[in-house]
Design a protein around this ligand. Structure first.
Ligand code: SAM
Length: 290
């Protein structure tokens, strides 16, 4: 991994937080990374190139933002906390390829923001966000009509294990299935709690999900496919037939007919199915007019 000697961005971030007497808000998950060396090591693994446009979510004090600015073509940073405005404006002085937008990423029109910020609308995502919004933001980004080309995000170690899990395993869940439908996840490295200021109570992992070049399955109706994934895991102890009944308003006979059309046993459980099998069920539901 590359080592960078110039500590100026780190120093600027630390001085700006002090100067503006910034106090971290626990409820916004404000556990900052203030080591330039560590962030550079993480970004080395993010597979970014100088032509890339990056949407950074939750820039905090802006140290990662400043380092992204050196490595990439353009950076759009979306931050919820307006209290960070003076800090970010100090830290990002001279970073002419960075634009900061204040707003809640979960309520923002990401497609419109990125279309406006980036020339061709193609972009990657880098984020160190509060862990309680990880799943929501990942599901939002990957379901966009033009999803990012890759997503690098800090997650709790347990979430990384779930995201990396394989179909049929104990950890396999709707989140893993949806994310693996979008792309290939990999763990880039573990980050200990002491690396954050203040330290959280969990161990973190920086992960990267690279969007598939070609879809791993091609359901006839993509939205229905996503609905099916969520339905399949909705009640884990129930059979898929029961979950289909609840989610798609089918009676017992219709649910069995869908499974038969997909070539599956009527007692099958949703969490045991691969993407290929789920796709056959989604297409059978589509044929049945759901
Ligand atoms: N990226 C910085 C770093 O690594 O030091 C800050 C990380 S801190 C864990 C999370 C940041 O996300 C905070 O700055 C917080 O204010 C911001 N944040 C929290 N919820 C957000 C939301 N819904 N939309 C945008 N930013 C959010």
């Amino acid at each position: 991994m590359t080592q960078y000697a110039n500590p100026s961005a780190e120093l600027r971030a630390r001085v700006a937080l002090e100067k503006h007497r910034f106090r971290n808000t626990h409820s916004l998950g404000q556990n900052f990374l203030l080591s330039e060396r560590l962030i550079d090591q993480l970004l080395d693994e993010a597979a970014l190139s100088p032509e890339d446009c990056v949407l950074e979510i939750g820039p905090g004090a802006g140290l990662m933002t400043a380092l992204l600015s050196r490595r990439c073509h353009k950076v759009l940073a979306v931050e919820l906390d307006r209290g960070l405005e003076p800090v970010l404006s100090d830290v990002l002085q001279g970073c002419d390829n960075v634009r900061v937008h204040f707003g809640d990423i979960l309520k923002s029109d990401v497609a419109a923001l990125t279309r406006e910020a980036f020339d061709d609308g193609k972009y990657r995502v880098v984020a160190n966000l509060p862990y309680y919004i990880t799943a929501d933001i990942l599901l939002k980004l990957t379901a966009l009509p033009e999803p990012p080309r890759s997503i690098c995000i800090m997650v709790q170690r347990e979430a990384a294990e779930r995201i990396m899990s394989a179909p049929g395993s104990k950890q396999w869940c709707a989140l893993a299935a949806e994310l693996q439908y979008y792309g290939q996840p990999r763990v880039l490295g573990e980050v200990p709690a002491e690396a954050f200021d203040p330290p959280p109570h969990v161990t973190s992992c920086f992960i990267r999900i690279d969007r598939h070049e070609a879809p791993i399955v091609a359901p006839k109706d993509e939205q229905l496919y996503r609905r099916l994934i969520r339905a399949a895991f909705a009640m884990r102890r129930k059979t898929l037939a029961n979950n289909l009944k609840a989610a798609f308003g089918l009676d017992q006979q219709a649910a069995k007919a869908v499974l038969a059309a997909a070539g599956l046993d009527e007692r099958v459980r949703g969490e045991s199915l691969s993407h290929g099998e789920l796709c056959r069920v989604a297409d059978a539901l589509h044929e049945a007019g759901r």
